[in-house]
Design a binder for this molecule. Structure first.
Ligand code: NDP
Ligand code: 8X3
Length: 253
């Protein structure tokens, strides 16, 4: 039987890296992408020879996406699963204490990067035929408002609606589409969000049991291995310690 192939954005850390390692363990071939080439090389070195193809992609750079997909080696095509995972939040402050450049970067990465990758990958997913799937990593920040979530949450709301619309447009193509929306998870996400503050990253999760990258990787693997006639439209996962507390009423002083 042909070895299955997954294309992952943001495979240098967190959910993407954990997914790469889990799928490889399950015998899939991996196309691992991200900006930090050294980390991709480490990943390749850790896995059996020939099982991983690595390529540098900056999701804010459309040309880098096109170039990598155009130049995929023959033995890494067609692609059975696209994991649109690469993304980030920048800044924790509420409006108006934000940096416009951060907003631009989130839009360019979380929205434009995801749609450009999807557009370029569709022909390769179609070639894979029945069972092919696109898994878009959204966020609970798309579904629940919180202070400082502003533009980040809105980019993930885009991912949510885009996933639904994409599934509609792909009718008859055999490609399945899922929005996977995690809540609080411990990765490098908060370090990036706080511009490299390791302490903030550790502090946020102190005394809590957040989701771990392996939990998301296991969910991604479950999604990719459902029978070809099953489309899981959407999954939302939170750690038990994270509670959507409902609406807040603020009385004037
Ligand atoms: P990490 O920071 O650990 O990983 C983020 C990944 O995205 C890295 O591999 C990074 O690669 C990649 N990435 C960021 N910017 C770019 C870019 N311009 N071009 C290419 N790759 C990029 O965080 P997570 O694993 O937690 O995040 C993965 C996804 O999950 C993101 O979309 C995030 O928004 C989402 N998410 C995270 C949650 C959490 O609480 N952790 C909860 C819900 C959703 P590199 O820097 O090497 O380019
Ligand atoms: C990340 C989840 O709650 O930190 O997407 O915004 S949260």
């Amino acid at each position: 039987m042909k070895q299955k192939i997954i294309f992952i954005t943001g495979a240098t850390s967190g959910f993407g890296e954990a997914s790469a390692r889990l799928f490889a363990k399950q015998g899939w071939k991996i196309i691992a992408t991200g900006r930090r080439l050294e980390r991709l090389e480490n990943l390749r070195n850790d896995l059996p020879k020939g099982q991983v193809h690595i390529a540098k992609i900056d999701l804010t750079d459309h040309a880098s996406i096109v170039e990598v997909i155009k130049n995929l080696p023959q033995d890494f095509k067609p692609v059975d699963c696209l994991l649109n995972n690469g993304g980030l939040a920048l800044g924790v402050k509420p409006i108006p204490d934000i940096k416009l450049q951060d907003w631009r970067t989130m839009v360019e990465t979380n929205i434009m990067g995801l749609i450009n990758t999807t557009q370029e990958m569709i022909p390769l997913l179609k070639q894979a035929g029945r069972g092919a799937c696109i898994i878009n990593i959204g966020s609970t920040a798309a579904h629940y408002a919180y202070k400082g979530g502003n533009c980040y949450g809105a980019t993930k709301a885009f991912v949510s609606q885009f996933s639904a619309n994409l599934r509609t447009d792909l009718e008859g193509s055999d490609i399945r589409v899922t929005e996977l929306a995690p809540g609080m998870a411990k990765s490098e996400f908060t370090k990036v969000r706080t511009y490299g503050d390791d302490e903030a990253n550790e502090k946020l999760y102190e005394g809590l049991e957040p989701i771990l990258p392996k939990d998301i990787a296991e969910t991604v693997y479950w999604l990719a291995t459902r029978p070809a006639n099953i489309n899981v439209n959407s999954i939302e996962i939170m750690p038990l310690c994270q509670i959507p507390a409902g609406l807040k009423i603020v009385k004037p002083e």
